[in-house]
Ligand binder design. Structure first.
Ligand SMILES: Cc1cc2nc3c(=O)[nH]c(=O)nc-3n(C[C@H](O)[C@H](O)[C@H](O)COP(=O)(O)OP(=O)(O)OC[C@H]3O[C@@H](n4cnc5c(N)ncnc54)[C@H](O)[C@@H]3O)c2cc1C
Length: 388
């Protein structure tokens, strides 16, 4: 058993590269995009050229040949500076490309993955519906076979879908009911719907509390027809597939939450040294020092949590409980750290021009997206053998 949590030389090199990129390229520009609620195409293109969208995929599909740890490291460093670009990467990789990589046919992989890995296009994953979020097995969208035409006919709608409406969105993989078991339970399958397919309507971007430079849309499907070959994996396996995708995605979200928690420490440290009150820097007060010490402790433990879950995934070991623990803990501490960082900044913390204001607005969704904190507790309790 190895207890060595140090990064390999390659992972540390990646971490430094993304750290420098986030500070030099993203930090000076992102505030303006956020204020304008605008998707930062140039920054995303640069992330693509760096290979970030292909990190955990093999080179034969245009990826970088890395692993989930590499993805987490990149997400953490991006979110230390900005969460909108981090969630754009997280959703594109874990939710957009990963279902095709894990469950797609060779032809689907060759057709879609190279451009998803280069960041020239983005993929989305449509699971949530107006009436089904945590209870994702309760979806109503249907995909019916038209054997004569060789097509699926899709009807329904999806809510809150990340990366679903950018100019470079290539596809959304949607979960849909494709039949019933003999006892009437829905059989759920995943189907790729390319952007621009007739009958697919992409609503205007939502007005959100945070993640304002990321793209989130409602989608509606009105008689949308796609080839039968767009089925991802076996028919009726969609539920099992998305459980796996969400288990992995939680590790990525946890890394992102850790980055936000650490970014709050970075900003608070800087501010505590520069801001004077009562004739000395506020950081000379023990009350402020203790706040920052607690924030650092939480960020550190969140990092240990997501890296442990990612290491298990990479080694091919069970990681469901550890991913839920990491997601629950890191999202909680992201909110805690954002609240404390804002407090340390006083009135300036309430001004959008300060990064901590953005972090505060971006933190809450971490307790909701890719499984709420209540859902994580349900999963952990179930893994501990508690049922009923
Ligand atoms: C910005 C943003 C981006 C998103 N991106 C995507 C995406 O790309 N793809 C996608 O498919 N979805 C996406 N989502 C949807 C997100 O995953 C859901 O919002 C989330 O899973 C919660 O579902 P819900 O909103 O329907 O809440 P509900 O499921 O209605 O939950 C409401 C409340 O009830 C609680 N609750 C529900 N059931 C129980 C229970 N059994 N016990 C105790 N408490 C319970 C929940 O924890 C929550 O507090 C996104 C959401 C947002 C806001």
């Amino acid at each position: 058993m190895s207890l060595d949590h140090r990064l390999t030389v390659e992972h540390e090199e990646l971490r430094r590269t993304v750290e420098a990129f986030a500070h030099e390229v993203i930090a000076p520009k992102i505030g303006a995009f956020y204020e304008r609620h605008e998707f930062p195409y140039e920054i995303v293109a640069e992330m693509g050229r760096m290979g970030l969208f292909g990190l955990p995929f093999p080179e034969e599909y245009g990826g970088m040949g890395g692993d989930y740890l590499a993805l987490g490291i990149a997400l953490e460093e991006l979110a230390r500076v900005d969460s909108s670009v981090a969630i754009t990467l997280e959703a594109a990789v874990s939710l957009g490309a990963m279902p095709i990589f894990r469950f797609g046919t060779e032809e689907q992989k060759r057709r879609w993955l190279p451009r998803l890995c280069s960041g020239e296009t983005l993929g989305a994953f449509g699971l949530t519906e107006p009436g089904a979020g945590s209870d994702a097995g309760g979806i109503r969208t249907t995909a019916v076979r038209d054997e004569a035409a060789g097509e699926w006919v899709i009807n329904g709608s999806k809510s809150f879908i990340t990366n679903a409406g950018t100019d470079i969105t290539a596809l959304v993989t949607v979960t849909a009911v494709t039949g019933r078991t003999p006892d009437g339970k829905p059989l759920i399958s995943s189907v790729i719907v390319p952007s621009g397919t007739p009958g697919l309507t992409v609503a205007p971007a939502y007005s959100k509390v945070g993640w304002n430079a990321s793209d989130t849309r409602e989608l509606s499907f009105d008689g949308v027809r796609v080839p039968l070959a767009n089925l991802v994996g076996a028919e009726g396996r969609g539920y099992a597939q998305f459980l796996r995708i969400l288990d992995e995605g939680r590790i990525a979200i946890s890394a992102l939450a850790t980055g936000l928690a650490q970014g709050c420490v970075d900003e608070s440290l800087k501010y505590a040294r520069e801001r004077y009150a009562f004739g000395r820097p506020i950081g000379q007060n023990q009350a402020i020092q203790f706040k920052i010490a607690d924030m650092e402790t939480r960020a550190h433990m969140a990092r240990v949590g997501w890296r442990d879950a990612a290491s298990r995934l990479v080694r091919g070991e069970p990681f469901k409980k550890e991913a839920a623990v990491a997601k629950l803990y890191s999202s909680t501490v992201a909110v805690d750290n954002a609240r404390e960082a804002t407090q340390i900044h006083g009135g300036y913390g309430f001004m959008n021009e300060y990064p901590v204001a953005r972090m505060w607005r971006d933190s809450k969704i971490l307790e909701i997206g890719e499984g709420t904190s209540e859902v994580q507790r349900m999963l952990i309790a179930r893994e501990l053998g508690l049922t009923g």
